[in-house]
Design a protein around this ligand. Sequence first.
Ligand SMILES: Cc1cc2nc3c(=O)[nH]c(=O)nc-3n(C[C@H](O)[C@H](O)[C@H](O)COP(=O)(O)OP(=O)(O)OC[C@H]3O[C@@H](n4cnc5c(N)ncnc54)[C@H](O)[C@@H]3O)c2cc1C
Length: 413
Amino acid sequence: MLETEICILGAGPGGATAALHLANAGRPCLLLDRATFPRDKVCGDALSGKVLSELRRIDAVLPARLEAAPVQLPSWGIDFYAPNGRKLAVPFKPNYNATTDHAAGHISKRIDFDNFLIWEVRRRPEIEFREGVDISQHEQQPDGRWLLKDTSGTPVALTRLLLVANGAQSSFARQIGGHALEPAHHCAGLRAYYRGVRNLHPDNFIELHFIKDFLPGYLWVFPLPNGEANVGVGMLTEAVSKKKVNLREKLTDMLATHPALKDRFANAERLGPVRGFGLPLGSKRRKLSGPNFLLLGDAASLIDPFSGEGISHAMVSGRHAADWAGRALATKDFSTPFLTGYDKAVYNRLGQELRLSRVMQRLLNYPWLFNFIANRAANNPTIAETLSMMFLDLDMRERLRKPSFYLKLLVGK
Ligand SMILES: Cc1cc2nc3c(=O)[nH]c(=O)nc-3n(C[C@H](O)[C@H](O)[C@H](O)COP(=O)(O)OP(=O)(O)OC[C@H]3O[C@@H](n4cnc5c(N)ncnc54)[C@H](O)[C@@H]3O)c2cc1C
C-alpha cells in the first residue's frame, strides 16, 4: 500500500491538471485511474479558448504544442440553427483571419486530448501515476487520512488529502460529498462518431441545432480531423423523464428526417456505437470540499448548463485544487473550514459564467425568443457581432440578462 500526502483520484482533465500544477510547485502526488491511457470518454470533444489558457498556465509551450498536433482541428465559430431553421453564424472573433490568427476553439477526440495531458504527466518525476486501478471504497481514518481500496477490497493508498476527480459517476461525490443526482441540474448526453457528413463548415464551425420538437434539448455536429464528425444530443434529465424522450430514437430520427441534416447524413457512416453519459451541471452552487478532501471537475458538478462545456472547468478546478492542497500542506490544516477557501476560489472564477449560462439555458424553453434573435441577427450585422463578442467577453454576455437587449432587438438597433 502507498502512503502519500496527496492522492488524486481520476486522471481526466481535472485530475491531470491538478497533478501537473502540483509537480510545477515541486509537490509529489499519487495519481490513480481505473482506465489505461489512451482511453475514450463520451464527450462532444470541443475545447474552448479557456482550455488553451489553462494549458498555458500549466506550461507556456503547451498551447502551441496542441495547435501543432494533428489530432486537433482549429474551430473559428459556431453555426446556431434556430427552431425556425434559420442559421446564425457566430464567429468566435469578429473578422477573423483563419490563416494568420490563432483559433479561439479546437476540437479533438478525448482519447487524444486526454492522452496529450497524460503524456505531460508521464514526463514529471513528481507524479506517481498508476493506471488500471479501480477504487471502490474510501474509508476515513481517525486521524483524518483517507484509505482507498480497490474492487477486491485490497488497500491501495493512504493519503492525507484526497483530490476527487473521478468524473460524473463519482461514488465519493455522491456518498461523501453529498452531490445527489438532481434531474433539474443534470443533463443526459449521447455521442456517436461519423465519417462522410457533407457540408461541414470550411473553417470548422461547430454546429448547434435547436430543433422545435426536441427543445429544451439540442443536437450538435462538431467537425473532427480526418473528415470525421462528433454528433450527439443533450437534454436536461428532468425534461427527458417529463417528456418521456427516447434520446437514441430521437437522434436517429432527426439525422434521417430533419431538413438541415438528412441530405448531409444520407451517405454518412457511423463509426462505432452511440454511447451515453451524464453531465452534472453547475447550475446550482454546491459544497466542493470537506474533511481532507476536495472535489474537482465533474465530480464537483461544474459543467456549464448552457453549452455543456466541462473540460476547461475541470482544469480550472484542478489548478485551484493544487493551490489549496499546497496551502493545506503548508499550514497542516485539512479541516472543512480551511478547505472552504477552495470552494470560494473555484466559484470566484466560474460562478458568474455558470449563473449566466443558467439564464441562457432557460431561454431554450422559449423557442419564439430564439427565432426572434436569429431573425434579427440575420438582418443586422451589429447584433451578429454582439453575439460573437459574447464568446470572448463576459460583460457582453451580461447583456442577455437585461431587458434593454431585447428591446433594442425589437426596434432593430
Ligand atoms: C455527451 C457529452 C458531451 C460533452 N461535450 C463536451 C464538450 O464538447 N466540451 C467540453 O468542454 N465538455 C463536454 N462535456 C463534459 C466533459 O466531458 C466533462 O466535463 C469532463 O470530462 C470532466 O473532466 P473530469 O476530469 O472531471 O472527469 P473525466 O474526464 O470523466 O475523468 C474522470 C477519470 O476518472 C476515472 N475514474 C472513474 N472512476 C474511477 C474509479 N472508481 N477509480 C479510479 N479512477 C476512476 C476515469 O477512468 C476517468 O479517466 C461533455 C460530456 C458529455 C457526457
